[in-house]
Structures are given as structure tokens and as C-alpha cells.
Write a protein that binds this ligand. Structure first.
Ligand code: ATP
Ligand code: MG
Length: 405
């Protein structure tokens, strides 16, 4: 994409109403737009990052047998009354609305109830199980505070997976598989080093202990104690206060064992091989896409701006044409790169080189290809790695080979 055609603009000043690093950088670089407190729109660059994260998660969920669905935002209160979670005293962050006839309607904050109720139509025999459903769906939560930029918002895209198993052992096996998939996801988005599987309490969802995935960051709202560095294990302070060396962290995802609470409430059971009615073992597995994106910014950015890891970056290459004379060569390089399927943001704007450098560092695309007057003679292009600032001189073909690897 030509940057001259991108409708968003970068800005030098931090927005006055933001305190978190992720919101400041993402706003300055033109990835997001604040609509109101805790409510953000995603602009072209930001949406590309969200879609990349979504695709990574989708690949890993499909790899463990997930079937993708999309459930509705508007929800039937009757379903929630069956588990006593319509009550605002039980779930305190509901957004609710009313139909024209005055009847209540829920606005999705999670989907255990509708998912379980829906499946009663399809599951009755041991042959119908196990079953794993997931979706990318917008949740609405009336959060008390919204000071962490896109990491704690009132409207957000969540990947929520639900598992339905025949035995506790079958459930546990899947639960561990999903924990493994989560670690792959967090590694692929660049947070592997700093993310810990953390024992935690289950909040309003379950009285069992659950597992959270916590990424170390000063911007975090949680505190964890690392229990095994080599295995990346930790425990949340709310479960076990060990005092002393707690570390601040961000909950990027979590997995819950539910037992049979939700399936039994809806009569979602199955007949085993002998024809006996049995309860189903259920689990739920969440990741907030915006929170994950915000965490990447919090953890990996530097004083110049954002540093996107390769798999989540909005483009693979940021091509900068520095001078009027360099434009022809830059145009050619742009055409060659995109004809090889490489995603390129091409800074073809009429601007000083210094401003282009600053913008490229702020936007954070991992590879910058810089074409100035020098390249006209040598036909070698300057390639700069955003994360390290290291540069090398390469031919276009070498750049293509490097990216295809
Ligand atoms: P928290 O303790 O941070 O409020 P939660 O326990 O309410 O999180 P879940 O309801 O299990 O979280 O949601 C699953 C995932 O959705 C979380 O791990 C997090 O990544 C994301 N998430 C939850 N609440 C928000 C929010 N208000 N804004 C953005 N993402 C969220
Ligand atoms: Mg919450």
C-alpha cells in the first residue's frame, strides 16, 4: 500500500486523554481511534494487526480440533436465568437492553450459556462427542475502570473456545492440549519469553482453580509469583500471597475447567455405549485480541515507537523513498516486492527523510528498506531491522529470498 493513500496520519504529540503506553503509541501511529473511554475503533494499520493475531489463533485452534462458529451479541435472558447469571449481583458488568415490547435482552459478555443451550439441539450420544467450538466475537462488559488503553475496554473481540468431553480424563487431555496451543500462540505473537502459565482463582465463572496466561509487564494489573522459570509456571497473588518478589503482569488469556455445571443446567447430557445418561465435562478458553495486541506494544516497544514481531506486523516491509531522484527506483522495488506477494507499506510521500525515518520507527514494521540517492549508483538497497537498528545492503532479490524463508 502507498502511504500517500493511507488516510491515517501519524502524530508527534501524545493524546491528552491517554495514560497507557499502548494507547499513546497506537494512537500516535494511527492504528486506533478512541470513541469514548474504553471504546476504540481499529484503523487500517490496526485492523491488519488484529487480523494477523486472529489468523494465528485460528490456526492453533483448528490444529487442536476446534470448529469455528459465530454466535450472536443479542442474548435471551431466559437462558441466563437458568444458571442464575442474569442477576447483576452475580455478574456485575452486564450491558442490558430492551426490545420494543419492553422485554429484556442481554448484550453478550460471554457465551457459556448460549453455547451450551444451542448444543442441546445437536448432542445426545457418545458419538457426538468430544466437541470443541470456538469463535471470534465481540464482548461487551461494563468495566469499572478503563485506564489500560486497549487492554481493558468495554467492547472487545474475544476468541472463546468451549470444550465438551465424555470423561474427566478426556477433558483433562484436551485442557492440556489447549494450554499447549496457547503457549504456541503467545510465542508466535512475540511474547513467549515473558508469558507464564499461572494458577489462579476462577472469578464469577467457577469455584475451581483455573489457569491464566500472564505476560510480565509494568503495565499489568495482576501480580504473579514465578514458581518454575524453565517451565514458565507461576501462581497468581490472589490465590497465594507469598509476599516479596511478586511481578506485575497482564492476563492475556485463560482456560477454565467447569466440570458439568453448565451442561447439566441445560440438560446437555449424552447416552453412553450402554444407553446410560451421563454428564458432560466442559471447559472454556479465552483470549482477548485487543489486549494481546496492546500487550505486544507494552512489552516490545522502545523509545522510538512500536516494534512488531514478524507474524503480527501490519506489513512485512516498510519501503522508504528518500529523494525525488530515488522515486523511480523505489517504484520499481515496490512493484517487484508486491508481485512476489510481499506486503509492503511504501512511503512515497513528499516529506523530509528525517520525518519518514521517525514515522517508520513509530509504526514499527520489522523491516525497513531505504532508498536514497546512494542506491541509484550501486542498485543496492539499505535494509534496516527495526528491532535492532542493524543495517545491511541487499539487492531486491535478496530481500525477497530473506522474506520467503
Ligand atoms: P480480567 O480479570 O482481566 O478482567 P477476565 O477474567 O474477566 O479478565 P475472561 O472473562 O475470562 O477474563 O475473558 C477472557 C480473556 O478476554 C481475558 O483473558 C482477556 O484476554 C480478555 N479480556 C477480558 N476482559 C477484557 C476487557 N475488559 N478488555 C479487553 N480484553 C479483555
Ligand atoms: Mg473481567
Amino acid at each position: 500500500m502507498r502511504q500517500s493513500e493511507l488516510f491515517t496520519k501519524t502524530r508527534k504529540e501524545a493524546p491528552k486523554d491517554e495514560v497507557s503506553k499502548n494507547a499513546i503509541l497506537l494512537t500516535r501511529a494511527g492504528f486506533i481511534h478512541k470513541e469514548l473511554a474504553g471504546v476504540y475503533s481499529y484503523l487500517p494499520l490496526g485492523l491488519r494487526v488484529v487480523k494477523n493475531i486472529e489468523n494465528i489463533i485460528r490456526e492453533e485452534m483448528n490444529a487442536i480440533g476446534g470448529q469455528e462458529v459465530l454466535m450472536t451479541t443479542l442474548q435471551d435472558p431466559e437462558i441466563w436465568k437458568k444458571t442464575n447469571r442474569w442477576d447483576d449481583k452475580v455478574v456485575d458488568n452486564w450491558f442490558k437492553t430492551k426490545l420494543a415490547n419492553g422485554n429484556d435482552l442481554g448484550i453478550a459478555n460471554t457465551h457459556e450459556e448460549p453455547m451450551t443451550a444451542m448444543l442441546t439441539e445437536f448432542v445426545s450420544s457418545y458419538k457426538d462427542l468430544p466437541l470443541y467450538t470456538y469463535q471470534f466475537q465481540t464482548k461487551f462488559r461494563n468495566e469499572l475502570r478503563a485506564k489500560s488503553g486497549i487492554m481493558r475496554v468495554r467492547e472487545f473481540l474475544m476468541k472463546d473456545m468451549y470444550s465438551f468431553n465424555r470423561t474427566e480424563d478426556e477433558f483433562k487431555e484436551f485442557y492440556e492440549k489447549c494450554a499447549g496451543a496457547y503457549l504456541k500462540i503467545f510465542a508466535r505473537v512475540g511474547l513467549g519469553e515473558k508469558t507464564y502459565r499461572t494458577v489462579a482463582a476462577g472469578g464469577s465463572f467457577t469455584t475451581n482453580l483455573t489457569d491464566e496466561f500472564q505476560t510480565l509487564s509494568e503495565a499489568g494489573e495482576d501480580i504473579i509469583y514465578i514458581t518454575d522459570e524453565s517451565k514458565k509456571m507461576a501462581v497468581n497473588k490472589e490465590v497465594e500471597d507469598r509476599g516479596g518478589e511478586g511481578r506485575k503482569s497482564i492476563e492475556v488469556g485463560n482456560i477454565f475447567p467447569y466440570g458439568s455445571k453448565y451442561p447439566d443446567a441445560f440438560g446437555l447430557q449424552f447416552q453412553d455405549e450402554k444407553g446410560e445418561k451421563k454428564s458432560i465435562f466442559m471447559g472454556a478458553y479465552g483470549i482477548g485480541l485487543g489486549r494481546l495486541m496492546g500487550t505486544v506494544v507494552e512489552v516490545l516497544s522502545d523509545e522510538k515507537g512500536i516494534v512488531w514481531p514478524r507474524e503480527v506486523a501490519p506489513f512485512q516491509v516498510h519501503l522508504l523513498s528518500l529523494t525525488e531522484e530515488a522515486k523511480k527506483l523505489a517504484d520499481e522495488a515496490y512493484q517487484t516486492l508486491i508481485s512476489h506477494g510481499i506486503e509492503v507499506l511504501y512511503d512515497d510521500r513528499d516529506m523530509r527523510a528525517g520525518e519518514k525515518f521517525a514515522d517508520a520507527d513509530l509504526i514499527g514494521i520489522p523491516m525497513q528498506v531505504i532508498i536514497g540517492t546512494k542506491a541509484l549508483v550501486s542498485k543496492m538497497l539499505e535494509v534496516k531491522e527495526r528491532a535492532t537498528g542493524k543495517t545491511e545492503e541487499l539487492k531486491v532479490e535478496d530481500i525477497i529470498n530473506k522474506l520467503k524463508r
